[in-house]
Write a protein that binds this ligand. Structure first.
Ligand SMILES: [Zn+2]
Length: 210
């Protein structure tokens, strides 16, 4: 799943699981899990974040390699949040192969409208929206009962800058996958499209490519 922050990537990826019965793997979740479990890798990752440095690619690749080995991934998996760069894509090819890249194509103004109303669970990272994807109980995560909050980087003034950075950084990667004929665009120009509609569109694309 490929798309800027606020394109609905995580939401669609977790719902696609219901249609495809293959795991949704978020590298962000893998990293949080390691930190939470206090593993060696988790401590190493914390060190990088404390120093304000990016987690090196080989650490993420190693986490992914471990995650995609169990039998629940034998029929495939949905990757969300990775790769972001061409070197990461090349490293990923050494441990698995990618069948299709779903590129969520959403205009900036729609993303800004959406992200500024986004809520994130403090405990599990699940994402809700004050307007489009409300939790059952206000301020409480449906999944784990954790507390919901607005992340600093979901504040409107920060979003445009994040989008510019994202587009600049990922363009070479999108081009790389386009050259390999793997990219399918899913355009979404409305702020309040029901997730099911987009998920159906993605499932149809996947079926058609099989
Ligand atoms: Zn939660």
């Amino acid at each position: 799943m490929f798309g800027p922050p606020g394109s609905g990537k995580g939401t669609y990826a977790s719902r696609l699981f219901e249609g495809l019965r293959i795991p949704h793997i978020s590298t962000g979740d893998l990293v949080r899990q390691e930190i939470k479990n206090g593993t060696g890798i988790g401590k190493e990752i914390e060190g990088y974040s404390k120093r304000g440095e990016l987690v090196p690619d080989d650490i993420i690749i190693e986490l992914l390699r471990k995650r995609i080995s169990p039998s629940d991934c034998s029929g495939g998996f949905i990757l969300d949040g990775f790769p972001r760069t061409v070197p990461q894509a090349k490293a990923l090819e050494k441990i698995t192969s990618i069948d299709v890249v779903i590129n969520l194509d959403v205009p900036d103004e729609i993303i800004i409208e959406r992200l500024s109303s986004r809520l994130t669970c403090k405990s599990c990272g699940e994402i809700f929206n004050k307007r489009f994807l409300k939790p059952k109980v206000e301020g409480v995560c449906d999944k784990c009962g954790g507390q919901l909050y607005t992340r600093d980087d979901d504040k409107p003034e920060v979003i445009q800058e994040r989008l510019n950075t994202y587009r600049r950084q990922t363009k070479p990667l999108l081009d790389y996958y386009k050259e390999r004929n793997l990219v399918e665009n899913v355009r979404n120009t409305e702020a309040a499209v029901p997730p099911e509609k987009i998920v159906k569109q993605i499932l149809d694309i996947i079926k058609a490519r099989k």
